[in-house]
Design a protein around this ligand. Sequence first.
Ligand SMILES: Cc1ncc(COP(=O)(O)O)c(C=O)c1O
Length: 387
Amino acid sequence: MYRSRRLKQVSAAIFNQVAAKKQELQKKGREMIDLSIGSPDLPPAPHILEQLQQEVAKPGNYGYTLQVSDEFRQAVAKWYNARFGVTLNPREEVLGLLGSQEGLANICLALLDPGDLVIVPDPAYPIYHAGPILAGAELYPLPLVPENNFVPQLDRIPAEVADRAKLMILNFPSNPAASTVTLDFFRSLVEFANKHSILVLHDAAYSELAYDGFRPPSFLQVEGAKEVGIEFNSLSKTFNMAGCRIGYAVGNPFMLKALAEIKGHTDYGPFNPIQKAAVAALTGPQDYVRATASRYQQRRDLLVRGLNSIGWKVSSPKATMFLWAQVPGGQDDVRFTFDLMERSGVCVVPGSGFGAHGKGYVRIALVQKEELLERAVELIAKSGLIS
Ligand SMILES: Cc1ncc(COP(=O)(O)O)c(C=O)c1O
């Protein structure tokens, strides 16, 4: 059947092939340990589940919501203030989303015209490339390389690129490279955006999954950030609510208004019980968030230690639910991923699926219980692929 040129440009072929291979092996009865997709395996806190259960039982909760409630907007503003010291006007500077992915896709349709230039990280979480491409824009990839701790060097962007670019998309703590920045980086980002009249989208989906006492900053903590950009955040990872599809964007009111308008053509707002559960998450006790982070920290330690002990040199990230690991012995990452699935049953994601600079890496998600991660290390050791 005919497919649009647009769709062909954003093929997710590698990810689909990995999923198909996993299914094929499972059908043959193979034990598979899936460390590919970053979907949290831990449940939301009990008070969030209770709120959701109560709200689902109310017959009045089944209409279109159109947008998020004032209560939700206020809860986000309060959470941002408590966590980052950032003051937000709930009406104009907070917008609810059906997950941050939805917002990242739609904002491109709201702000970009065909031929516009967008500066994006490489490797990147796929929507940072797919969003602009679906809007007909062109990409200028910023290489994230180990020599710079997988943080882009803004001063290396050619002036003609910076002057032409309309939008820049960044994400710290980052997926897939698991790199982090301090507030100084965001200061230089705001300065850069002002100098070249670029709008910034910062995705802070992993702001709460950080380790060893590190607290990732918000882009909005920089004075003047709200004049140049917005930040996306999500309840998916912070509160283990990925399947609920609830997130938000905060910051520049004009950008948020444009996003709200484009959304008005495609969705009718998040399900009210989910909004209520999100309010319970944002305004309730935050110790469960810290417990979730320390659980991931334990898993990180276990896997990093385990893989290094079998000769796979991987470094320990300060945040996110991922290890970004160089493929041993310089093997091709796609080939290695398939060989690893065949020989060990462990599923990871090949780095080249995230962009040209992901080549030679795989992303390993810490989304299985500790016993399974230990088992994964044993199976990888036995695969004969690490030597
Ligand atoms: C960096 C990043 N941003 C956004 C998302 C999407 O999150 P949501 O569930 O809020 O759409 C993900 C999901 O894995 C992610 O890794």
